[in-house]
Design a protein around this ligand. Structure first.
Ligand SMILES: *Cc1c(COP(=O)(O)O)cnc(C)c1O
Length: 359
């Protein structure tokens, strides 16, 4: 059986070395030496000064919302993982869904301004599949209307746009370092920003709002452990090789599926280095997509409707709006198996099954 994803694990000896260090120090959590080292390494990788590791990618978004005291309405994308909207709802913000581009499935920046009301305080957009939002237009809108811009960069680790990490755009960007993501630490996330003051505030928020005996603000526990940091340290040097292999798999899929009636999200051709995080394809209809999904399952190939449903359709939302493009894409999209350990042979097999279906 071929799964849609397979968590990448480093050679066990490599992890064991870090475990030995933990056994030496008996320091298991609370910004320990391994976590501090990982934050340093991530900062180097992202060319940032102000990145911190937290316990997951969802609380990373919640910390960003809290750090800016965001309330009221937040303009957001309907095409993302449920955690993007979930974090807003959990923080008592009202998600205002703005439809997406047909080409890259990111929020359509040209539709944002018409969604702004006196209650709007922020924009929360996702670089979906690691593809860049229209960061220039969104920054201009944020400045003009005094709105905070937060990016859910859960898929964007390793993407470089205009010579800078994609995670360096926006007032705050977050990322998930969950086991299913391209770079992971089992469970984890990060928050990155540009200002020391904001960085320190988030540091306080993530560890109960106090420094020693001094209680400064309300806080929560969003810290991460030395065991998780050890995994991150094992995998950060592997990023280059990981992306290289994924690019090869991606190009093989693209070539072998070129005559099938499928659409692919458009990867910017200029000023962009992609991380090849996922391999989504768009079928002509939901019906065909479901037939192919079923046919693949019968052949031992697991796929996932990623992302479905469009988040404006979540059953527990009080008010429902339509987002034409997102509603349509979410019904027709399917993510094919895509991970480092996938072989070219397996990509050929999967592509062959799909091509045969269309013959
Ligand atoms: C995975 C993911 C998250 C949530 O991250 P966790 O680390 O699982 O909490 C948030 N947003 C998007 C777009 C994701 O894909």
């Amino acid at each position: 059986m071929i799964n849609v994803n397979k968590v990448y694990l480093p050679p066990i000896e490599q992890y064991q070395k870090y475990l030995n260090k933990i056994w030496d120090t008996h320091w298991v959590t609370n910004e320990g030496p391994l976590l501090t080292e990982l934050e340093k390494r991530i900062n180097q990788y992202l060319k940032s000064d102000y990145t911190q590791v937290v316990s997951n990618g969802t609380i990373a978004i919640q910390l960003a919302i809290k750090a800016f005291n965001i309330t009221g309405e937040v303009i957001t994308t309907p095409y993302s993982y449920v955690a993007t909207t979930g974090a807003l709802l959990w923080e008592n913000c009202q998600p205002v869904f703005c439809d997406i581009n047909k080409t890259d499935f990111c929020i359509d920046a040209s539709l944002i301004e018409e969604k702004i009301t006196p209650r709007t305080t922020a924009i929360l957009a996702t670089h979906v599949y690691g593809l860049p939002c229209n960061v220039e237009a969104i920054e201009a809108i944020g400045k003009k209307h005094n709105l905070k811009v937060i990016y859910d960069g859960a898929h964007a680790f390793g993407c470089v746009y205009n010579g800078k990490s994609l995670l360096s755009y926006g007032d705050i960007a977050t990322c998930s370092l969950h086991g299913t993501k391209l770079f992971h630490m089992v469970e984890g996330g990060l928050v990155t920003c540009h200002e020391k003051k904001l960085h320190e505030e988030i540091m306080l928020l993530k560890s109960f709002g106090h420094k020693g005996d001094e209680h400064i603000s309300m806080g929560i526990n969003a810290k991460n452990s030395e065991f998780h940091a050890a995994m991150g340290l094992c995998l950060i040097d592997f990023m280059g090789e990981n992306v290289r292999k994924r690019k090869e798999l991606h190009n093989t899929y693209k070539k072998l599926l070129s005559s099938a009636p499928l659409e692919h999200p458009v990867i910017p051709a200029k000023n962009f280095e992609y991380n090849y995080s996922y391999f989504p394809v768009l079928f002509e209809s939901e019906k065909i997509m479901l037939e192919v999904k079923d046919m693949l399952a019968q052949n031992g190939v697991n796929t996932r409707r990623y992302f479905y449903p469009s988040l404006n359709q979540l059953p527990y939302l009080k008010t429902k709006v339509q987002c034409k493009v997102s509603d349509d894409v979410a019904l027709r999209v399917l993510s094919l198996p895509f991970y480092y350990d996938l072989s070219i042979q397996e990509v050929k097999h999967i592509s062959g099954l799909i091509s045969k279906f269309f013959k």
